[in-house]
Each structure stands twice: as C-alpha cells, then as structure tokens.
Ligand binder design. Structure first.
Ligand SMILES: C[S@@+](CC[C@H](N)C(=O)[O-])C[C@H]1O[C@@H](n2cnc3c(N)ncnc32)[C@H](O)[C@@H]1O
Length: 308
C-alpha cells in the first residue's frame, strides 16, 4: 500500500481514535492485516472518521482474537500444562510459606508433612507391605506413630526411627516403634539399624533428617542398600532450593537425588506418586525395581519390637 495513503489514513483517523481513547497503532495493525483496496479506501475516506476508526479497530481485534484462539487451540495441551504447573507452583509456595499447612498433628503428635503426602504413604504401605520402615529424622515422633498406626491396621510392620536429638517431652510410645538416638550416618547407628533387619524382611526407607545436599547424599549411599526390591526409598523435602519453594535453602535433597539416580539405575522416581499435583518430595518417591511386590496376607500377629 502506498505510503502516502497510510499517512493520509493515519492523519484522518488518528485524532478521532485518540478522542475515543484508542491507540492509533491498532489502526496500523488493522491496515497491515487488511491492506485497503482502492474501493475500500474510498469507503474509508468517505466514512465518518470516528466510525472508520472504530470499525477497523474492531476488525483488527477480531482478527487478533481469532489468531490467538487458533494458536491456543493448536497448543492447548502444552498451554494447559504450563498453566497447571504455574498454578501448582504458586499454591505450593503459598502453602509452604504458611507452616500451618504442613506442621500438623497425628493423634495429637506433631509431624512435619504435607497432608496429601501422608495419604500417598498410606497407599504405598498398603500396596508394598513393608515389614520394616526405617526413618531418619524422628523429630517429635508424629510420622513414626503415623506409620506404626498404619501397620496396626494392616496387622504387620515395625518402625525404626533415628534422630540426633530427643525432644524434652519424649517420643510417643508404641510397641511397633523403636527410637534410636544418634546421627543417621554414624557407623554406630548404621550398625544398629542393620542389626534390626530380620532375614527376608521387606524394608522401606524414609530420609527426613538434615536436608543439606551432602548429608542426603551420604544417607542415600548408606540407606539405599536396605531397601527391598519393589519397596520405596522416599527422600523428603526435595522441593526446597527452588523446586519450587525455598530457593534460599541452597542445594539440598533434590540435587542429591539427581546425582544418586545417575549411578543407581536400580531406583526410579515413581512419578505416579506425584499425582496429587503438589508433593513435598518431587522426584523423591524412589522405587527400587526388581521383584514384583509380593502381596502376602498380613499376619494379625503382634510384633515384638521394643519401644522406649
Ligand atoms: C524435618 S525433621 C523430621 C520430621 C519428621 N520426620 C516428621 O515428619 O515429623 C528433621 C529432624 O532431623 C533431625 N536431624 C538433623 N540432623 C540429623 C542427623 N544427622 N541424624 C539424624 N537426625 C538428624 C533433627 O533433629 C530433626 O528432628
């Protein structure tokens, strides 16, 4: 389209558009999309300047909306997944910064878990039927009691849990729980734990103690060997260091897990365990591949573990 025609159209229509509050650039956009023919130009020049501007702006807006709709439809799944990830990350961030949503109680005992993760533990424990859960990071004992109560329902199972400190009020007493005091990676504690595993027992491990990359790396090295094929090694708090929360934490469990997986093909992150959209253990529900899970009938026996 000749340049002088463009300029003429602009001079004629822009003041009207300005008065109506439209950006004159919209008008040029419309011209770019629909270059006017001579006939069209006559129509434009004979029209009232306000009306011409308005019509062209509406056409441009409709065309733009159409293009956007076509693009959105073409990439709908990609866009939905980006939207979903954004919404989940925002909700995750909101919940994480308000500790009340994950500093919760089980039967009156404090535990630090995201509630949907507890449901996922329940599903895993029922499906994989571990005889023993080894937990690092006891804190107030709420999580150990939760696992023990699930074992009560199943009728089988023990918990051995270790922490470097004991709370002044003590830990909840339960016949299926044994508490060990010491650092999770110390030779004494590792030997004590090894001694608690009975021949043929199915073992699950939950790592929830000190969340530095180095410590989790060491725990993964020391504890992964305890996990039975078909059972889980759960690494808690892989969400910190910007995955997607608490960026200021620095490298932590996620970085340790990513490294661990590079050299341990016997473990795979089970993404189906993240289907509640938000988990505090993204990439941290590690399943030890191997024998299919033996779904043995739980004996309704009493397990003779000690408790303090
Ligand atoms: C995140 S809390 C555990 C939360 C608990 N599992 C729950 O769900 O309620 C971390 C715990 O790890 C303990 N801890 C820190 N360093 C440790 C270490 N080297 N060995 C064992 N426990 C450690 C802390 O004393 C603290 O009680």
């Amino acid at each position: 389209m000749p340049l002088h025609a463009l300029a003429a159209v602009y001079l004629r229509v822009a003041p009207g558009l300005d008065r109506m509050g439209f950006n004159p650039m919209m008008y040029f956009l419309a011209l770019a999309i629909f270059p006017p023919t001579d006939k069209g130009w006559d129509v434009v020049t004979n029209m009232d300047q306000h009306l011409a501007g308005l019509i062209l702006t509406i056409i441009a807006a409709i065309v733009l909306a159409g293009v956007c709709l076509i693009v959105a439809y073409r990439f709908r799944y990609k866009l939905l997944s980006i939207f979903e990830r954004g919404v989940c990350a925002l909700f995750h961030w909101l919940c994480y910064r308000d500790g009340r949503s994950w500093s919760i109680q089980w039967m009156g005992h404090l535990l630090l878990k995201w509630p949907p993760d507890l449901w996922m533990y329940q599903e895993i424990i029922f499906e994989t039927r571990p005889d023993l859960i080894i937990e690092t990071g006891t804190y107030k004992g709420g999580s150990a009691l939760y696992f023990a109560n699930l074992f009560d329902l199943i009728g089988n199972g023990r918990v051995v849990t270790v922490d470097i400190t004991r709370p002044p009020e003590g830990w909840p007493i339960h016949r299926r729980i044994e508490y060990l005091l010491g650092s999770s990676t110390s030779p004494e504690i590792l030997a004590a734990i090894e001694g608690r595993i009975r021949p043929g027992e199915r073992v699950m491990v939950v790592l929830d103690s000190f969340h530095s990359e180095q410590h989790v790396r060491e725990e993964l090295t020391c504890y992964s060997g305890f996990v039975s094929p078909g059972c889980y090694l759960v690494v808690e708090d892989t969400n910190v260091n910007g995955h997607p929360v608490y960026r200021a934490h620095g490298p932590g469990p996620m970085e340790a897990v990513v490294d661990f997986l590079k050299t341990n093909p016997g473990f795979v992150p089970d993404k189906s365990r993240e289907r509640f959209k938000i988990t505090f253990s993204p990439n941290g529900w590690l399943k030890r591949i191997g024998d299919p899970v033996a779904m043995k009938q739980p004996p309704r026996d009493e397990v003779g573990s000690t408790s303090r």
